[in-house]
Design a protein around this ligand. Sequence first.
Ligand code: NAD
Length: 349
Amino acid sequence: MTKPLASDLAYVPFVSVENMMRLIHHIGVEEMLQGLANYIEDDFRRWEKFDKTPRVASHSEVGVIELMPTSDGEAYGFKYVNGHPKNTKEGLQTVTAFGLLADVYTGYPVLLTEMTLLTALRTAATSAMVAKHLAPKGAGTMAMIGNGAQSEFQATAMKVICGVDHLRLYDIDVRASEKLLHNLTGRGFQITICKTPEEAIEGAQIITTCTADKQNATILTDNMVGAGVHINAIGGDCPGKTELHRDILTRADVFVEYPPQTRVEGEIQQMPEAFVVTEMWEVITGAAQGRVSDRQITLFDGVGFAIEDFSALRYVRDRVQGTDYCQQLDMLADPDDPRDLFGMLLRAG
Ligand code: NAD
């Protein structure tokens, strides 16, 4: 653990939404997705070093607000994130987020950043990093069910990391699919808009479900899922909010981030506590097997875990340090005499 200079500490680097967009354009979306996936994979490899806890969720009838903390002993990070499926009808985002990274040695924050864009990037990077390990080799076609805010990020990460170049889209609102088609035209995809989820999954080796609805929905039924596919199910991510029929779970091999959180929030909330799952970090380190046969159905029950946000915070910190992609935020009271906080207040009067 290195001791930082005191003068570095008073101001906290802050990445606004505007600066995050500048940073993403500077690095390039595809390059950044690959970079994030590398950071996430590195942190999954050292999984056992982290303090882990299921995220702390505050539920209401219309949504959820969550805190997602973790630490590797050197740095501590958390994300504030909401999930409000009804928001889009009111012109607001379903998911918004910001996050903070702190130095464990001093406890002082070292980065505060927007994380709405960063969450979309890290979720996509995680999905694609997992698919790289689990999807059938040479998978080129992905069904994308739910074409909202996350969808272009998901598709782009699957292209960069897994080589997906054909998208088959379905959304209950065709305007969402048309938006996706418009945004990704000229970006290396063949794109087909489908009228039903059944049509969308025809010929797809990867099926991503990324819908938002605060209910136990059945986006995929058992008879829709053929042998050999990889399902990337990321939309069901809180109690009472699932996307897959439970029969799919019994046929598939299910891979998760952190079981104590996924058992409460993921597709496997439909299954008994003893239901067998494989932790993704074990596949990455080689301690557990991933895909073992062409006919196997692999299912990533992704709910989003704090370590992925920690990796994303680390990535951003490493890219913005000493650049004009961050502003210095006067966020920490820093009296010359550490015990004279009140004196500092009086002198400002
Ligand atoms: P969004 O509201 O922007 O988009 C959701 C889309 O799903 C909408 O276009 C909607 O029309 C569509 N939809 C709803 N019901 C459908 C159905 N039955 N069939 C087909 N389409 C349907 O939301 P978003 O930001 O893209 O997020 C999508 C989901 O992903 C949310 O539930 C969110 O909580 C979740 N999410 C998960 C993670 C994670 O790490 N696992 C991260 C971010 C978001």
